[in-house]
Design a protein around this ligand. Structure first.
Ligand SMILES: Cc1cc2nc3c(=O)[nH]c(=O)nc-3n(C[C@H](O)[C@H](O)[C@H](O)COP(=O)(O)OP(=O)(O)OC[C@H]3O[C@@H](n4cnc5c(N)ncnc54)[C@H](O)[C@@H]3O)c2cc1C
Length: 471
């Protein structure tokens, strides 16, 4: 009979090939914001799908918690076990082969441990793009992107990770390999199990490979940073651009004055394109697969927007380097936030029409609690805001857990009231697991529980994520 943690580890070591074990190093002990930590565990580094299957068979027999681990960049603590048992962390980084790029099928087939940026670079050699783009692209893995259904800056045009996936290969908790790596752009035979696995954050199985959509590389790309007076005007500008450019808009990102100030204050960006930092600005990115003098068209349309008082001021990138500089400002905001240190971070989505109401109500509710700085930024083109709250500079405010919880709950209740979601693109993880029963119906929660019970009756896969722990 095997019951204690050390017995289980000894047993596992007897059953699994020795070269599949690795050191439980620092990268497995904490996540980017340091909100969750795990002191001990065992790390397994499979090289093939069969290795993953063998690991899950043994962990299932031993009833050991299994924590799938990708790039470790997740922001909701899904990759860090916090329970009382001894976890088996399964790190996919050795499974990093790009199996096939097929421009004719418009697909790339990759193993789960491929770093997102490596996929970008490989596909580019075929004059194509894989459009999933997030600031952590140099470290995160496609398996983690699928498990969290990552969003990023190009959702408006290309959709989120779920929309980009045609097929997955997955190992279920009992070790069964389910290979659905098809390249079909249409497939209605049976239930869409792929979409159940995507976004399941390692609670229903381990994704080992996927077939993803690729697109022809845009021939022209251009970017503008435009300041606007308020959020209502930013949304009017979005409609105005949609009328002129349709789905050539690949990103429409909001940046607030605080975002510009933070990247400057933290020294991440030394030069800003505005003389005076605007209260609000949008970064608009366009791409076209055919030549149409996009930069000049953007100049004309931006000029019209100024005439109609939709835009106060702005700059259009006149070189690829300047485009990258504009993008760097946007992409460095999460790192600047981390350096400044948020009291509360929120990744929320709302019906696009309700974004201005949300910001007005959230700012006013915060003012009732105290004096704070907020950094509100994100993908307003698809209704996803990051609304982060910080102490004022030189503030002696005592940041207690009660204060954080009160602020978070106040903001999330407004989101819920406006029919939004308290988790837009980062997932639920351990950070937001309590929000599921709070903001979803009993029928919804009950259905998740039944699915979990059916696929993972021993609850070995990432316990504590998606379903709140019972103890
Ligand atoms: C600076 C920064 C910027 C970011 N920007 C964005 C953004 O714009 N949009 C966005 O959506 N996210 C963003 N993120 C969050 C993060 O990068 C994404 O959630 C990413 O998809 C996580 O991938 P990962 O490989 O790092 O996964 P990990 O952090 O390792 O894991 C995340 C979850 O997926 C599970 N998992 C990992 N691999 C597998 C697998 N093969 N099979 C099953 N389950 C698995 C883990 O158990 C965990 O629950 C950002 C993070 C940082 C640090």
């Amino acid at each position: 009979m095997v019951n204690t943690a050390s017995d289980k580890v000894i047993k596992l070591k007897e059953q699994i090939k020795p070269h599949l074990f690795a050191e439980f190093s620092d990268r497995y002990k904490s996540e980017p914001r340091g909100l969750f930590t795990c002191k001990e565990g065992i790390v397994l580094v499979p090289e093939t799908t069969f290795d993953v299957a063998e690991i899950l068979v043994q962990c299932n027999i031993l009833q050991m918690p299994v924590i799938p681990f990708g790039g470790g960049t997740g922001l909701v603590g899904g990759q860090i076990y916090t329970g009382s048992e001894y976890p088996a962390v399964v790190s996919l980084h050795h499974m990093n082969r790009i199996r096939e790029v097929s421009p004719l099928d418009q697909t790339v087939t990759v193993e789960a441990g491929c770093i997102l940026q490596d996929i970008h670079e490989e596909v580019e050699q075929y004059d194509h793009i894989f459009p999933l783009s997030i600031a952590s692209k140099g470290s995160c893995q496609i398996g983690g992107n699928l498990a969290t259904n990552a969003g990023g800056v190009h959702v408006m045009r290309y959709g989120n990770t779920r929309d980009l996936c045609l097929g997955v290969e997955v190992v279920l908790p009992d070790g069964t390999i389910m290979n659905n790596l098809n390249k079909l752009h249409k497939d209605n035979l049976g239930l869409d199990l792929k979409n159940l696995l995507i976004g399941s954050e390692g609670t229903l199985g381990i994704i080992t490979a996927a077939t993803m959509k690729i697109f022809p590389k845009p021939m022209e790309e251009t970017t503008a940073l435009l300041s606007v007076s308020d959020l209502e005007t930013a949304l009017e500008l979005l409609i105005f651009f949609k009328k002129h450019f349709g789905n050539l808009i690949s990103a429409f990102e909001l940046i607030s004055a605080t975002g510009f100030e933070f990247v400057q204050e933290t020294g991440l960006v030394t030069r800003l394109p505005f003389k005076v930092i605007p209260r609000w600005a949008v970064l608009v990115d366009l791409g076209s697969e055919f030549y149409m003098d996009l930069n000049e068209r953007l100049g004309e349309v931006a000029g019209l927007a100024v005439e109609r008082e939709l835009v106060l001021d702005g700059v259009i990138a006149h070189s690829e380097q300047q485009r990258m500089e504009f993008w760097a400002i946007r992409e460095l905001i999460p790192e600047a936030n981390r350096l400044v240190g948020a009291i509360v971070s929120n990744d929320i989505s709302l019906p696009i029409s309700k974004l201005p109401t949300f910001v007005a109500r959230a700012e006013s509710a915060l003012a009732q609690i105290g004096h704070f700085r907020t950094n509100c930024f994100g993908h307003i083109g698809d209704g996803n805001l990051h609304f982060n709250v910080f102490a004022l500079r030189h503030s002696d405010l005592s940041i207690t857990k009660e204060l954080r919880d009160h602020i978070r709950e106040t903001i999330l209740n407004i989101v819920n009231d406006l029919e939004g979601s308290t988790s837009a693109e980062h997932g639920t993880g351990r950070l937001k697991v309590e929000e599921i029963p709070k903001y979803r119906s009993q029928a919804f929660v009950g259905t998740i529980e039944k699915i979990k019970q059916t696929l993972d009756p021993n609850n070995i896969m990432n316990p504590g994520v998606l379903i709140p722990p019972q103890d």
